[in-house]
Design a protein around this ligand. Structure first.
Ligand code: ZN
Ligand code: ZN
Length: 348
C-alpha cells in the first residue's frame, strides 16, 4: 500500500467543532498493519486536547484513542497479526523501545516520551491522527488483540478507560479482602467498578450524588455513597485500602485521604488542570500514599482485554453517528452519558 487518503473527523483549530475532512495515512512499513476501524470511543481527554487545555495542540486534530477494528492489510514482516484479525489501538502508537520502561513493557512511561495516537509526532516526523477516521496504520507491536466474545463496540473504550482503571487496580492488588473505592461514576469510573468487582474486591462508589446509585450497584458496586453529604466522610473514615480517583475536577484530596486505612493509597487517574493542595498530615499519621497512574503498557493492556473477555466485561456505551460528535462532546461535559459514547465509524 502506498500512502492513502482516508476520511476523518477533525477539529481545524483550538476549540473548533469537529468536521468531516480527509487525512493521509502512511504507506505500510514492514511491521505495520492497516486497520479498518469499526468503532472509536470518545474520551473526556479528547475534548481537553481539542481545546488545547494541556498545552499546544497540532491542527487539524483527529482525536480518538479508543480504537477497535479489523486488520485489512499487513506489512511483509508482520508476524503477530493476519488479515481479518480483530484488533485495537489505545493511547500510544510507538515509543523509543530502548529505555528501561520500554524494555519492561511499560511503554506508557517511556522516558523519551511515548508517541501519542494523535496530537503527537510520529517517528517519520509527521503528525499522528487518531481513531475518528476510517483507517489507521500502526506498528504491529503497538496493537492489541481483541478476544472473541468481546464486541468491538463495547471493547473500544477498554483501550483507554479500561486500562486506565485496570492498571492501578492490578498494581495495588485490588482483590478479595480489599476494600476499594472508585471516585466518580463516569467513563473511567464505571469501568473501575466493573473491573474491581471482577477482581474480587469489595467496591464502594463515591459519587457527588446518589443519582446513579442503581447503575453503580448493577455494575458491581457493593456500596454507594454521596460525597455531597458530609456524613459520608465521617462514616467511611479509615475504611479503604485503595481509592482510585477518576474525577477530572478539583476535589479536596485531604478529605479523601481521610477515608484510607493505615498504609492505604489514593491513586489519581483523573487529570484536573489546577494543582490540588495536600496537607502532609493527611499522609503522615497512618503512612498513607498519594499516587498517580497513567493508562498501561502493551502487555498489561492485552492482559486487561483478556481479563475483560473472560469476565464478560465491556463498556456501557451509547453508539452515535459521526455527525453527532460535537453534540456528544457537549453532553460529555455535562456528564450526560452512560457511560461512553462510541462512534460508529461506518458513518464517517
Ligand atoms: Zn482517554
Ligand atoms: Zn522508551
Amino acid at each position: 500500500m502506498t500512502q492513502t487518503t482516508v476520511a476523518a473527523y477533525a477539529s481545524p483549530a483550538p476549540s473548533a467543532p469537529l468536521e468531516r475532512t480527509t487525512i493521509p495515512r502512511r504507506a505500510l512499513g514492514e511491521h505495520d498493519i492497516l486497520i479498518d476501524i469499526k468503532f472509536a470511543g470518545i474520551c473526556h481527554s479528547d475534548i481537553h486536547q481539542v481545546n488545547a487545555d494541556w498545552g499546544v495542540g497540532t491542527y487539524p486534530m483527529v482525536p480518538g484513542h479508543e480504537i477497535a477494528g479489523v486488520v485489512a492489510e499487513i506489512g511483509t514482516g508482520v508476524t503477530k497479526y493476519a488479515v481479518g484479525d480483530r484488533v485495537g489501538v489505545g493511547c500510544f502508537v510507538d515509543s523509543c523501545r530502548e529505555c528501561d520502561n520500554c524494555r519492561a513493557g511499560q511503554e506508557q512511561y517511556c522516558t523519551s516520551g511515548m508517541i501519542g495516537t494523535y496530537n503527537s509526532q510520529g517517528k517519520d516526523g509527521r503528525p499522528t491522527y487518531g481513531g475518528y477516521s476510517t483507517h489507521i496504520v500502526v506498528d504491529e507491536n503497538y496493537a492489541l488483540r481483541i478476544p472473541e466474545g468481546l464486541g468491538l463496540d463495547v471493547a473500544a473504550p477498554l483501550l483507554c478507560a479500561g486500562i486506565t482503571t485496570y492498571s492501578p487496580l492490578a498494581h495495588w492488588q485490588a482483590g478479595p479482602g480489599k476494600k476499594v473505592a472508585i471516585v466518580g461514576l463516569g467513563g473511567l469510573g464505571h469501568m473501575g467498578v466493573k473491573i474491581a468487582h471482577a477482581l474480587g474486591a469489595e467496591v464502594t462508589v463515591l459519587s457527588q450524588t446518589l443519582n446513579k446509585r442503581e447503575d453503580g450497584l448493577r455494575l458491581g458496586a457493593d456500596h454507594y455513597f454521596a460525597t455531597s453529604d458530609p456524613a459520608t466522610f465521617e462514616q467511611l473514615a479509615g475504611t479503604f485500602d485503595l481509592i482510585v480517583n477518576t474525577v477530572s475536577a478539583d476535589l479536596d484530596l485531604n478529605a479523601y485521604l481521610g477515608l484510607l486505612r493505615t498504609d492505604g493509597t489514593l491513586v489519581q487517574v483523573g487529570a484536573p488542570e489546577q494543582p490540588m493542595p495536600v496537607s502532609p498530615f493527611a499522609l503522615i499519621g497512618q503512612r498513607k500514599s498519594l499516587a498517580g497512574s497513567m493508562i498501561g503498557g502493551i502487555r498489561e493492556t492485552q492482559e486487561m482485554l483478556d481479563f475483560c473477555a473472560e469476565h464478560g466485561i465491556g463498556a456501557d456505551i451509547e453508539v452515535i453517528e459521526a455527525t453527532a460528535i460535537n453534540e456528544a462532546y457537549a453532553r460529555v461535559l455535562k456528564s450526560d452519558v452512560r457511560y461512553r459514547f462510541v462512534i460508529d465509524v461506518a458513518t464517517i
